[in-house]
Design a protein around this ligand. Structure first.
Ligand code: GAL
Length: 699
């Protein structure tokens, strides 16, 4: 059977729902898919009733018939567990399996994802259905892999059922052992919240201004992540018993309140992402951290995905308009955009692209979430575009496998990601810098990675990059500080932003001089700090003659021994005081910038650190184009993606090989609106300074 992610091809798939259609359509659907290059389908993620129509009565007739059709069509199948949509008979008979709102009111049957991970009853039903399905289909020759549930933590990433409170107490007992320790960690002396019995503790509940104790919320988010992971592990442990050699277990999506790195390590062979760049054009939901770059912001999400799982696929790739009947209306992709968005995923490292969905559903909440075909089932322009995508990816086979080459990385960690969710002060700086650095990287054609500092991040992983940004490490630990110290000592450049190091792991603010655990490494002393008031106007920093903006917040800085003030504020009450401190440490250097990074400021950092446009000796591309590079044993491949509705001209300064035309090219090349091109670079490529290569910023 067709395998995916083997490093030698890019494979196309599609999401298919045999239960939505008359059986007489299956054969024709599968044949039409194959004719357009679809080799893999994903099925069954919402189809529990087709396996267990009433409690304890199992039947496989329906999917056996479908799998027979798949076998005849030579179609590989990713089978899903159907646990995202518990049946009505189950939720009605056992309402404790339902999730609830903060006020304790239960979610009800009628949509999806209404269950909670901690209900012992739901876990029992889950284990049984997964056991039955994996046992029945695990050895089927057409099955190549498994998807657990569907989009864990999508739509709802908070859980407030009774079972959650019970499990939360156990989680806390395990973590703190005594109530004294818990009271200290949560600072419960504030507002008289002290707990005197475990039974007094609940998951967050309705309180004034929705302002539950922040240290409690921090532990609660960790608990939600723990619950989702343990639920996934329950399923993957069962599936693994029945897995054929070479088959995989994955799940789809990257959602909040979930440590996706641990999820992957514990339960999955790799992660798959669901890429819907059309959200950028939604009427009611911008859903984008870098709204300025619209659909290109999905490259940021793909970089996040890559950080979880270097090898990954796309389980749901946008192929049509968005729309539930209640929300999320976005237009049909323009001709070329379906290809562009698929190529965006491939440029970032996905070698499996499975479109959502084969045919638009003619009923239900998602009847406007268009797939490749419309309700009519007639050939249309999106089907024709699928055929073109197939031709294109066949010509890209030599670029498959290998790695995405980043010029620098942005560090993250879950403590800070979650703290920024619950703490408005933290959120504002984080959002600004997340967008600013990503947008600058895009517009300077300086490909970037995200690296999560997890318990197991090694120095080697960091040393792949000449420069790292850790924009707002509000929460720091001794281990992370020590790792960064070694990175810099060994020659790396580290860039820090405002508010570094003022919290500990509980989210409390220890009494110490800032930037706390990175004081020695940064050689910066934060002597004062403030939000920038709307009244203050733009705060400008003079960085050795270059003017940059300090966004959102300002730390007022002084240099400790052996460091220098290289940038000063030019206005507000701290005019003339330090805004950027630079220091040498071992063989490397550290910059402490006292503010958040907007797009222009981040671009100046990239330029001064000499990590902007690492491919400028080879190609010059306009800002409307994304440049990405993948490297494998066969060479380095430049991906150029034009997101604009106008054509874009890119100029090759050296001869490259166009994989589409199989011709060499130099000089100007026009990419059509939404057009893409992939070019093999000459080897060796002098003048290139990207991750892993000898490159150190000057000055
Ligand atoms: C995804 C989900 C699919 C479908 C799609 C369109 O998030 O996994 O089942 O709902 O969005 O809404």
């Amino acid at each position: 059977m067709e395998k995916i992610l083997q490093g030698n091809a890019i494979t196309l798939g599609v999401c298919y729902y045999p239960e939505h259609w008359d059986e007489s359509l299956w054969k024709d659907d599968l044949a039409r898919m194959r004719a357009r290059g679809i080799r893999v389908i994903r099925i069954a993620e919402f189809a529990w009733n087709k396996f267990e129509p009433t409690e304890g009565r199992f039947t496989f007739d329906f999917f056996d018939r479908f799998m027979e059709a798949a076998r005849e069509a030579d179609m590989a199948v990713i089978f899903c567990t159907p646990t995202a949509t518990p049946p009505a008979w189950l939720t009605n008979q056992y309402p404790e399996v339902l999730n609830a709102g903060k006020d304790g009111v239960k979610l009800r049957h009628g949509a999806r994802r209404h269950y909670n991970y901690n209900s012992p009853v739901y876990r029992r039903f889950t284990a049984r259905i997964v056991e039955k399905i994996a046992g029945h289909y695990g050895k089927h020759p057409n099955v190549i892999g498994w998807q657990i549930d569907n989009e864990l933590n999508c739509e709802r990433d908070e859980f407030y059922s009774k079972s959650d409170t019970t499990a939360f107490r156990e989680f806390l007992k395990e973590k703190y052992a005594t109530l004294d320790a818990l009271n200290a960690a949560w600072g419960t002396v504030f507002w008289n919240q002290t707990y005197t019995a475990w039974a007094e503790i609940y998951v967050p509940r309705t309180v004034i201004s929705d302002s539950v104790n922040p240290h409690q919320v921090m532990d609660y988010i960790r608990f939600v992540s723990h619950s989702a992971r343990s639920y996934a592990k329950l399923q993957s442990d069962i599936i693994r018993k029945y897995l054929k050699k070479g088959d995989f277990i994955t799940t789809n999506g990257l959602f909040a309140n979930l440590d996706n790195h641990k999820l992957r390590a514990e339960s999955l062979d790799f992660i798959t992402y669901d890429s819907y760049p059309n959200f950028a054009y939604c009427l009611d939901n911008q859903n984008s951290a870098a709204p300025g770059l619209k659909d290109r912001n999905w490259s940021r999400k793909l970089a996040e995905t890559r950080s979880v799982s270097a090898k990954f696929g796309i389980m749901e790739q946008q192929s049509g308009a968005n729309g539930w009947n209640t929300r999320m209306e976005a237009p049909a992709p323009k001709p070329g955009q379906m290809t562009l968005w698929a190529m965006q995923s491939i440029a970032h490292g996905a070698d499996f692209i499975s479109f959502f969905r084969w045919r638009t559903c003619a009923m239900g909440t998602e009847m406007y979430w268009h797939g490749i075909l419309d309700y009519s089932n007639h050939d249309n322009r999106r089907l024709a575009e699928l055929g073109e995508i197939h031709q294109k990816i066949e010509r890209l086979a030599s670029a498959a496998g290998g790695t995405y080459e980043a010029a620098f990385a942005v560090l993250k960690d879950y403590d800070n990601v979650w703290d920024a969710k619950l703490d408005k002060w933290h959120e504002r700086i984080e959002r600004a810098s997340e967008a600013g650095i990503f947008e600058a990287a895009q517009l300077c054609h300086s490909p970037m990675d995200y690296v999560y500092l997890t318990g197991s991040t090694s120095l080697d992983e960091l040393q792949k990059y000449a420069a790292l940004f850790y924009p707002h490490a509000v929460i720091l630990t001794e281990e992370r500080a020590a790792l960064l110290e070694r990175f810099v000592e060994n020659g790396g450049t580290l860039v820090l932003g405002c508010r570094t190091g003022y919290k500990d792991l509980t989210g409390k603010c220890p009494m110490r001089k800032l930037p706390g655990l990175l004081r020695k490494l940064s050689g910066a002393d934060v002597v004062d700090y403030t939000f920038i008031s709307p009244d203050d106007g733009k705060i400008i920093v003079d960085w050795e003659g270059t003017e940059i903006e300090a966004a959102v917040f300002t730390d007022v800085l002084e240099a400790l021994e052996n460091t220098q003030v290289v940038g000063t504020y030019t206005n507000n009450y701290y005019a003339g005081k330090g805004a950027i401190i630079r220091g040498e440490y071992g063989k490397g250097s550290v910059y402490y910038f006292g503010a958040a990074f907007n797009r222009e400021t981040a671009a100046v950092f990239l330029e001064k650190l000499k990590i902007a446009e690492p491919y400028r000796a080879i190609v010059e591309a306009p800002p409307s184009c994304e440049l990405a590079v993948r490297r494998n044993k066969k060479g380095r491949f430049l991906f150029l993606l034009n997101y604009a509705k106008e054509p874009a001209v890119v100029t090759f300064k050296r001869k490259v090989w166009n994989l589409d035309t199989e011709q060499p090219v130099t000089g100007p090349v026009e990419l059509p609106p939404y057009g893409t091109g992939v070019y093999r670079m000459p080897e060796p490529t002098p003048g290139i300074s990207v991750s892993g290569e000898a490159h150190r910023p000057a000055g």
